[in-house]
Design a protein around this ligand. Structure first.
Ligand SMILES: [Zn+2]
Length: 278
């Protein structure tokens, strides 16, 4: 933690990673997940080597040094075409995995990648079963329950919700995420007891939506202890020096943030399965 970015300390448990010290941080990690020794990275706008078209593969060779420094051991990441839904795909190898907004894997060292530019990137980690999930949760995905759907996929493979750790990465915060009646109606219909706490009136026909609290509450309701969920509290709209924001007008083909997570790569009892298409 050095350089100009120290001037605005991060709320929550975010740790900035810079190389060399004093340069803009390439990614952020959760202290909670770091303590659990989970390899993960919430990329900033300074993460190098993101390709303009994800379908061609998400990374150019320029990403390799940062991926290595972040602890990823060279396997190609698995990624999906994100469609703002709640489908979950199990990734058994790298490459494109179809259409989904949540990926899970237990393959040793297999990175999962999701892409956001205001939507919530959510990482789940089952340290007992050594399984991870990466989730893309905008308001539609949140209304569809994509976070609990990913948790359920881990549970279906043997996880206990009480063991799971989670982190919500940089995304548009309750300070800035203005929504209108259709969004409010959808959330209020789907989560009648919870939604009022996620919304603050902002004037006629406008509300501020707290996607962080919504996603945290959904995981708590599904059995994940609140103290095992790290909300980094970094708003993409408020921090243009660090993050892209769709709402702030950054719509270009490369204007997205990557989130990566992988199960540990050194698991003597469970070697990697054979490489096959995702
Ligand atoms: Zn904000």
């Amino acid at each position: 933690m050095a350089g100009v970015f120290e001037a605005q300390p991060a709320p929550g448990d975010a740790r900035f990673h810079e190389s060399p010290p004093g340069s803009p941080p390439t990614h952020v990690t959760s202290a909670l997940l770091d303590a659990a020794q989970l390899t993960h990275a919430f990329g900033t706008r300074h993460f190098p080597g993101l390709t303009p078209r994800i379908d061609d593969g998400p990374f150019a060779p320029a990403a390799a040094p940062v991926l290595r420094r972040a602890g990823f051991d060279g396997l190609a990441p698995a990624f999906a075409r994100q469609v703002h839904g709640a489908a979950v795909i199990e990734a058994s190898a790298g490459g494109r995995c179809g259409e989904a907004d949540a990926l899970v894997t237990s393959r040793a060292g297999q990175p999962l990648a999701i892409f956001t530019a205001d939507c919530v990137p959510l990482v789940l980690w089952d340290p007992v079963g050594q399984r991870v999930a990466a989730v893309h949760a905008g308001w539609r995905g949140t209304a569809a329950g994509v976070g609990p759907a990913a948790l359920e996929a881990l549970v279906a493979r043997g996880a206990r919700p009480a063991d799971v750790l989670a982190a919500l990465g940089p995304s548009i915060g309750p300070c800035c995420y203005e929504v209108d009646a259709p969004v409010v109606d959808r959330l209020a219909t789907t989560f009648p007891s919870r939604a009022p706490a996620w919304l603050s009136p902002r004037g006629p026909g406008k509300w501020l939506l707290d996607l962080w609290r919504a996603n945290r509450d959904q995981l708590v309701d599904a059995g994940v202890p609140a103290e095992r969920i790290d909300v980094l509290g970094l708003c993409t709209y408020c921090r243009p020096e660090l993050f892209y924001s769709y709402r702030r007008g950054e719509h270009g083909p490369g204007a997205r943030l990557v989130t990566l997570v992988a199960p540990p790569s050194a698991r003597a009892a469970s070697p990697r399965g054979p490489e096959r298409p995702c």
